[in-house]
Ligand binder design. Structure first.
Ligand code: ADP
Length: 470
């Protein structure tokens, strides 16, 4: 059939199998994983087995190549099983290899039966090679990878070559070893040469297919995330519009006081001016009051307009610790004036999240304002801040030593318009909660572990950004 010098052919195969896995390892530098290591390591072991097989003529009776071959096939099998997410247990693999060695050595040393030893070796390797072909076929199907089908094809060819060797060993007059020198050996050698080239080219193709698919998937995920962020902004906006009815009631209530004050002051000033009883100095006082109340009314309207206006959501990596420090700088003077001590963690890990820095500052500022308000009549006036990572979450905890919230009111805290303050609007926590949810997080308020009367803890949790790109 083909006429080539078999030991030389196997030496060449051995060299190919030393070079190609190394090249594969280098080409896949960006995608190295246990699977790639097992595939390439398996290839190198086949290379060693090939060289040892090529030298068997010179070193008769050395069964080392059989050991390398079987270990190589198990390594490659595990590599493909890992790709499929079905790794074999290491204990099972080690037991299988030991079992193979025991049977092989039993035939070799005890029964001294060279023929059955070769048949056994060929049968086990053929079974493993067909199994590898089936695994590659499955990968081809699940990942729609043509390269995996190529691997499956050449491995099936090697399996057929091994089966041919299995039935012809001892019958074609050649030496009784796996390579022999008859036509079946030549078919086997050809199949192995093909598998060395196609096996590695196919493997690189399969890995590249996979990484391209991963990139497409990541882009699709990103698009979906952006879409859901956009949707949640719209939902939040609709929610805000829905509460417009309630809002106008609150608006009326809030505006009533400054508008009444403006009217009263204007009427008094008008009357006094008409009767000539009002001097310019007193008129100035009334005008000041009118200006002040007009400003208050406009601030109230501005606050409500800010709440209704749909905000253009920004999302970028934000260092939560930085937001906290900025807000603390903003409230520091106020806190100092009220003898409130703010305790920031001395050593803190950088905690990154995705969000809009302004919106996140709005949340933190609101929490600090509430804590400062809560401490107005407290004996002990402390605010303790903790910023930490917990698994996949970033957590910001702001604890104060104020009175906390009465247990029966806890469930209402954070709902729109709930306030226990005479001048409160009861919208701060509700807005902050909406913002936190827009970024996939949440905002909660509870009393400290010591219970009501010993302070409140507000906790902001947001999905942790693992690899920020500042
Ligand atoms: P507002 O500050 O206008 O009342 P918020 O929505 O910010 O609106 O807060 C709602 C209510 O939650 C407050 O009125 C208060 O009763 C309660 N609250 C918020 N933070 C604290 C805190 N740190 N300690 C005690 N009560 C708090």
């Amino acid at each position: 059939m083909f006429d080539f010098h078999i030991p030389t052919a196997f030496l060449i195969i051995g060299l190919l199998y030393l070079i190609l896995p190394t090249v594969t390892w280098i080409v896949l530098a960006d995608q190295r994983s246990v699977q790639v290591a097992l595939w390439c390591g398996g290839g190198l072991m086949i290379g060693i087995a090939g060289i040892l097989t090529g030298m068997t003529v010179k070193l008769p009776g050395v069964p080392l190549s059989a050991y390398f071959l079987i270990a190589a096939n198990f390594a490659r099998m595990q590599s493909l099983r890992l790709d499929l997410g079905l790794p074999s247990r290491t204990r099972t693999l080690v037991t299988a290899i030991i079992l193979f060695f025991s049977c092989f050595e039993f035939l070799h040393l005890v029964l001294l039966d060279a023929l059955w030893r070769v048949r056994f070796n060929a049968a086990v390797n053929a079974a493993l090679i067909f199994y590898l072909a089936a695994l590659a076929q499955r990968i081809g199907k699940t990942e729609q990878s043509r390269s995996a089908y190529w691997i499956s094809g050449v491995y099936s060819f090697v399996g057929i070559g091994l089966l041919l060797r299995l039935v012809t060993v001892g019958q074609d007059g050649g030496p009784i070893n796996l390579i022999g020198d008859g036509w079946s050996t030549q078919v086997l050698a050809l199949a192995v040469v093909l598998s060395s080239v196609m096996g590695h080219v196919g493997y690189v193709g399969m890995a590249l297919d996979r990484s391209r698919r991963r990139e497409i998937q990541a882009a699709a995920d990103q698009a979906r995330k952006e879409e859901s962020l956009r949707l949640s902004a719209q939902i939040a906006h609709l929610d805000r519009q829905r509460s417009l009815g309630q809002m106008s009631a609150s608006l009326g209530h809030e505006l009533k006081q400054p508008l009444t004050a403006i009217l009263t002051n204007a009427q008094v000033a008008q009357r006094g001016w008409q009767s000539g009883a009002l001097d310019t100095q007193r008129l100035g006082v009334f005008l000041d009051k009118i200006v002040h109340n007009t400003q208050r009314a406009s601030q109230i309207i501005e606050r409500i307009r800010d709440y209704i206006r749909p905000s253009q959501e920004r999302s970028e990596p934000v260092m939560l610790n930085h937001v906290v420090h900025e807000v603390v700088a903003l409230v520091a003077d106020d806190a100092l004036g009220k003898q409130i001590h703010i305790e920031l963690p001395a050593m803190e890990p950088p905690v990154w999240v995705m969000g809009d820095p302004i919106a996140l500052s709005q949340i933190v500022l609101n929490v600090f304002r509430n804590a400062i308000d809560a401490l107005a009549d407290a004996q002990k006036r402390d605010i303790v801040v903790e910023c930490d990572k917990e698994k996949t979450w970033a957590t910001l905890r702001i604890r104060d030593s104020g009175p906390g919230v009465a247990d029966n009111l806890l469930s209402q805290v954070g709902t729109p318009f709930f306030s226990t303050k005479t001048t409160g609007m009861g919208m701060g926590l509700s807005i902050s909660r909406t913002i936190a949810e827009q970024y996939g997080g949440k905002l909660t308020l509870r009393n400290t572990a010591a219970g009501q009367g010993s302070g409140a803890v507000v906790e902001l949790t947001l999905p942790l950004l693992l690899a920020p790109t500042p």
